[in-house]
Design a protein around this ligand. Structure first.
Ligand SMILES: [Zn+2]
Length: 257
């Protein structure tokens, strides 16, 4: 599932290819997606990310909002060859953007452009105060809280494990037991790790590919995720994996307390 760095990578690449492009047509190949034809003739003015949603800002006051969900991928195609599981294609005067999604959970919506800022996004306008006042007091584990889009935007299973290892905080601690200075530490590492993820064009553990079909490089940076049975680079303990709310959590039992 793409997380913040993967979506940011797509936004940057889309900006580079499609900003200023004119939309010639949008073609829907899946009946679950409708109402796209009205964007014909619009110009893409900007490409922005909001959490894990890609916003193509149009010149008529509307935006195309794309959310990839589980298995959605966006690809830039100079030629009009159509691959299996293509659900949507936007043809511009610069090239095609294809949405490919075997499980069909990805969404495309046309909405009025909203100007509000996302105060839950660590790489945009994250605001610590409302987080500490409300979210940090919840009775859930810190890892589950970091992955909750109501609390923090864009963090999924891979980056949550890496962030908590970086901050040396146990993923099983209740959020309410974490001190303000520990939260500051968690978000400092979150910022560093997510930025690194963007620089590396995402983490290709399974099938993540960027807009041009290339793998990311960030998997080489992972310290705990997928490292079960390997030694911790800090203390030499064995990295463990446990199931936590149905997902795998990777951690160092000695470093993270
Ligand atoms: Zn360790």
């Amino acid at each position: 599932m793409p997380e913040l760095p993967e979506v940011e990578t797509l936004c940057r690449q889309l900006h580079q290819k499609a900003a200023g492009a004119k939309i010639l047509r949008a073609t829907v190949y899946d009946e679950k997606l409708t109402g796209q034809e009205s964007i014909r003739g619009c110009v893409i003015q900007d490409v922005r990310r909001c959490g894990k949603t890609i916003h193509l800002i149009l010149n008529d006051g509307r935006s195309v909002l794309i959310h990839l969900r589980m298995t959605g991928r966006l690809f830039w195609r100079d030629k009009a060859t159509k691959e299996p599981h293509t659900r949507w294609r936007m043809t511009t005067d610069c090239g095609n953007v294809d949405l490919i999604d075997p499980r069909r959970f990805a969404t495309v919506k046309i909405e009025k452009t909203r100007g509000e800022k996302d105060d839950k996004d660590i790489l945009l306008n994250f605001s610590m105060k409302p987080f500490l006042e409300k979210q940090a007091k919840r009775k859930v584990s810190v890892k589950i809280l970091l992955m909750d889009p109501q609390a923090v935007s864009g963090i999924g299973n891979i980056y949550a494990s890496e962030i908590l290892y970086g901050a040396r905080i146990s993923p099983f601690r209740q959020a309410a037991t974490i001190s303000n200075s520990e939260w500051v530490r968690i978000f400092r590492h979150a910022k560093r790790i997510l930025k690194k993820g963007v620089e590396n064009r995402g983490t290709s553990i399974s099938d993540w590919r960027d807009l041009f079909g290339c793998s990311g490089e960030n998997q080489k940076q992972l310290k705990v995720y997928g490292q079960e049975g390997k030694t911790c680079r800090t203390c030499g303990s064995i990295i463990e994996r446990v199931r936590q709310s149905g997902r795998s959590t990777y951690y160092c039992p000695l470093c993270q307390t």
